[in-house]
Design a protein. Sequence first.
Length: 383
Amino acid sequence: MTGPLSRPASSPAARIASVLALLFVFLLGIKGLGEGFELLGSELLDAFFQATENPFVGLMIGLLATTLMQSSSVTTSMVVALVAAPENPLPLANAVPMIMGANIGTTVTATVVSLAHMGRVDEFRRAFPVAICHDLFNYLAVLVLLPLELMTGYLQSAAITIGSMVEGAGGVTYQSPIRAALNAGFEPIETVATSLFQVQLGQAAFLLVLSGLLIFAALYLLVQTMRTAAHGRVEVMVTNVLGSSAVLAMLIGAIVTVMVQSSSITTSLMVPLAAAGVLRLEQAFPVTLGANIGTTVTAFLAALAVSGPNATAGLEIALVHLLFNLSGILLVYPVAGVRRLPLRAAEVLTGLALRSRRMVVVWVVVLFYGVPTIVLVVGRWLH
């Protein structure tokens, strides 16, 4: 029998209030990161920015940070805060590879989920390619689009153009009520920081650590709350879209990801469905691509929290994230021959994994942890 105290927690009104409160805490964390970066001083930030001038180092920082935190949303939110910092902001050009790296890092979750089926050969044969097709697609997109961006800067140019259009729409400015609420909410935190630490560097460290914890905790609880609210509906939405058009499948992938605020959950959901034989690789692939689009919403939410002279840059890096994922889809999906590349590679790697279970562990360790670490060490040594 359900007690009276448990009813309000499950009511729609309570869930909506919880989501709004967690979003506020998330945005408060983003604001705190910006303030903390401002207090760090130019010397420390210049050293970090100098390291990320190498696009491959930036790519690997984004990848490694995401795999360690198991959340691309946390990584992209922090990148938004860095780019939009009131003083000494991270250059937009340095941030683009970090966003691309976060895209790759987020795919590790589904790959790890597929390991649960290793003991059952038939299930693993169906589940593993669905898990790693996301890895392969994101790697393929980066292999093509990162060099293209370095040569042309088209992602930055398009984002800056769209950002200026949005900023200048209507030719009016107004005081955002969200930013006003964040300023009021941040004052007690700032007071605690100044009372605990007299040194500016100590205040910066306190704000950065606390803000990082707020972001991580808010996103984690937000995912749990949204997943509970969407329990059952997500599976129904995905299974209903089986056999429908690719565009609709992508749309469902994007909607589900926005609903649960996690592309990892959307892609991980595909794995047991595939293992059960409900979902084929060709059907799961467009849903996965839609999840790539849905996950960009978090960066736009983070951009709402930033203020100051570089606030537009926060919107621009969020736009870069969206444009990169859209470019990847346009690059790979429309042409059948290109579309088959990540799918065929996933099938080949699954065949190798079935011959040797160690291959799966090697794939995860090398792809998500080994390669980024080696690149960072070599980059530092060359520098």
